[in-house]
Write a protein that binds this ligand. Structure first.
Ligand SMILES: Nc1nc2c(ncn2[C@@H]2O[C@H](COP(=O)(O)OP(=O)(O)OP(=O)(O)O)[C@@H](O)[C@H]2O)c(=O)[nH]1
Ligand SMILES: [Mg+2]
Length: 306
């Protein structure tokens, strides 16, 4: 099938074409560029929402509840799960599939898991391209699940209009990370498992720490707080859209992805360990300075990039 034919089928929202297009862009090769160009800019109205947070806090359960809420409202939804690269949490993929099973036969829901292995920049770029395709195929809402709560998250969440941080009772570490500036302040915080002891303590903790973004308590298992969470998230996107901030934010997210990819490419083009070892020897023997050795390393890196 030609790329133009694939693009046309993606625009009609044909599921198999969407799946194929996603596989294509995950490779980030030249065909991905051709496909995205053929698709053209996707509709702007699609809401792109990240749900991020430490492992096991209830992100997938919350997303399944959001999907149910959105479907009841008549919205179509695509879910993009970024598989954790950590072997410790690698089992989450299957769990996600099981929890989404109730939506399996619903044509208004599309679920895709994406490998999270590789450089943060590459993951973010692949996610950005996937979001582009899902938006082009006409979904009203795209939900992106990512595990993590540190700086490695920043690049991935850059593809979202609104970032929801999910925190469960007992998430003292995450509150510390927020306070210390190790984690970007999200747009919205969902305190998950609000039925469990400690939820009020966590909310109080966040307030004490001076974190002033909206905080919504959710009990995804019975749908509690899910409508309120969606209303808060949607209001966040609408507020951005109203003053032109949405376009700026999406462009900044794209710039972040390009920067991360460029850094990853340059890093991969640096001379190998042997060459660096030889340069180190010259520096240590006093034959040249550190700065000059770095110049040489960078010159050699630039070579293949043309
Ligand atoms: N009591 C209670 N348990 C919940 C709630 N939401 C999720 N859980 C439980 O929390 C556990 C983890 O839920 P997941 O949705 O898989 O969490 P996750 O953040 O997606 O996990 P990873 O993808 O592995 O990081 C499961 O056993 C859920 O049943 C809730 O609202 N209340
Ligand atoms: Mg999950």
């Amino acid at each position: 099938m030609s790329v133009d034919a694939l693009a046309a089928r993606v625009r009609r929202g044909e599921r198999r074409a969407v799946a194929r297009a996603l596989t294509l862009v995950e490779g980030l090769g030249p065909e991905a560029d051709v496909l995205l160009t053929a698709l053209g800019p996707p509709p702007e109205a699609t809401r792109r929402v990240a749900v991020t947070g430490p492992g096991g806090v209830g992100k997938s359960t919350l997303i399944a509840a959001l999907v149910a809420h959105l479907r009841a409202e008549g919205c179509t939804v695509a879910v993009l799960g970024i598989d954790p690269s950590s072997p410790l949490t690698g089992g989450a993929v299957l769990g996600d599939r099981v929890r989404m099973a109730e939506h399996d036969t619903d044509a208004g829901v599309f679920v895709r898991s994406q490998a999270g292995r590789g450089a943060a920049g590459a993951i973010a770029a692949a996610t950005g391209c996937s979001v582009w395709i899902l938006a082009a195929s006409g979904f009203d809402v795209i939900l992106i699940e990512t595990v993590g709560a540190g700086q490695d998250q920043v690049a991935v969440v850059g593809v979202a209009d609104v970032v929801t941080l999910a925190l469960a009772p007992g998430a003292g570490d995450a509150v510390q990370a927020l306070k210390a500036g190790l984690m970007e302040i999200p747009d919205v915080i969902a305190v998950t498992r609000a039925d469990a002891p400690g939820a009020e303590l966590l909310v109080a903790d966040l307030r004490l720490a001076g974190i002033d973004c909206p905080v919504v308590r959710t009990t995804a298992l019975n749908g509690g707080g899910v409508a309120e969470l969606w209303a808060t998230v949607a209001a966040g996107v609408d507020a951005l859209a109203a003053d032109g901030g949405l376009e700026r934010r999406r462009r900044a997210g794209m710039a972040d992805q390009l920067r991360a990819l460029a850094i990853a490419r340059l890093a991969s083009q640096l001379p190998g360990a042997g060459e660096l070892d030889a340069l180190a020897g010259e520096v240590m023997a006093g034959r040249r300075g550190v700065s000059s050795a770095v110049d040489t390393a960078v010159e050699r890196a630039e070579g293949p990039a043309g």
